[in-house]
Design a binder for this molecule. Structure first.
Ligand code: ZN
Length: 311
């Protein structure tokens, strides 16, 4: 080993001692995998975003009351979770994440998928819960399909609404931008004939079916995986504010397309999940967004999955 002159050694030491680790929290790509009957299911972290729940709620004061009980001042960190179902012969994604919408806070889906040992080319199908951009923007990057071999499934009521010129013309001015945004995201999927709308509540693959859940959007859909007598419900945007909407399922958010229907469907799923011990997979509940619910004296309580548990 060559001996370095003392002056250079001093310089190196100074450099080293100044290189303090950055005090900026970062959340890397992440995944959480568990066995569910004959299926392997993986929660994939796509991103996160600080959000003020009272600002998105139709009853801000009611939300504030629940936030206080959770010792939260105002803001929470909302997760953006995508789920992978390995059926043994097929790889199915539930939703496609945010793509470039969240800047450096999101777009981790492909990294999380690779970390879990899969490549985007291996995905056979993407099951879309609804067409809001935070669930479909990750289908396309720079005009190219991110999952080039995947068919993209959706309830036909969702595609018939958002991709229809008459519906767009009928929509209020403020909503038209949303139509344009969704149509331009999906254009490469439609052009490549990968979009596969299905009649509401279809059976899609052995053990995997769709359950219509209109309210948050016209063709909002949940997916059910059933195996070994157990049920796993991917319920899409049924709950946005975990601190408030379990305790009070009637609470709605401003971007529900039909607030009454959204509230009704939420209660319907909560009743079934509590009664039958269903596992729920949720895109915006803290990662990995997996848990069960129990009924309480008023409303319900979310029981997050204990770390490392197979259901
Ligand atoms: Zn969403």
């Amino acid at each position: 080993m060559r001996i370095l002159p003392p002056i250079l050694l001093m310089f190196l030491f100074t450099l080293h001692s100044n290189a303090a680790p950055p005090l900026q929290a970062t959340t890397p790509a992440d995944f959480y995998e568990f066995q569910f009957g004959d299926f392997l299911v993986t929660a994939l972290l796509d991103g996160f975003k600080p959000r003020k729940p009272a600002a998105i709620a139709t009853d801000p004061n009611e939300v504030k009351k629940h936030l206080e009980r959770h010792r939260i001042d105002e803001a929470v960190m909302a997760s953006y979770n995508v789920f992978l179902i390995n059926t043994g012969s097929k790889l199915l994604l539930v939703d496609a994440g945010t793509g470039d919408m969240l800047g450096e806070n999101g777009g981790y889906l492909v990294d999380s998928l690779r970390a879990a040992g899969h490549q985007p080319e291996q995905i056979d199908a993407v099951l879309i819960t609804h067409f809001h951009p935070d669930h479909i923007n990750g289908l396309v990057s720079d005009g190219e399909l991110v999952f080039p071999n995947a068919d993209v499934f959706c309830d036909e009521r969702e595609s018939e609404y958002w991709l229809d010129e008459d519906q767009e013309a009928k929509a209020p001015e403020a909503a038209r931008e949303r139509f344009n945004q969704i149509q331009s995201i999906l254009a490469p999927v439609v052009e490549s004939e990968r979009l596969k709308p299905f009649p509401s509540s279809s059976d899609l693959f052995p053990g995997v079916s769709a359950s219509t859940a209109p309210g948050h959007s016209p063709g909002h859909t949940a997916y059910l995986v059933e195996s070994g007598g157990q049920t796993l419900l991917f319920w899409g945007d049924t709950v946005h504010i975990e601190q408030a909407q379990f305790a009070n399922p009637e609470l709605t958010v401003k971007f529900d397309w039909d607030q009454g229907a959204a509230a009704k469907r939420r209660l319907y799923f909560l009743i079934l999940a509590d009664r039958h011990g269903w596992v729920i997979a949720s895109p915006h509940i803290s990662f990995p967004g997996l848990g069960k619910v129990i009924e309480e004296e008023t409303g319900y309580r979310w029981i997050p999955v204990p770390y490392g548990t197979d259901f």
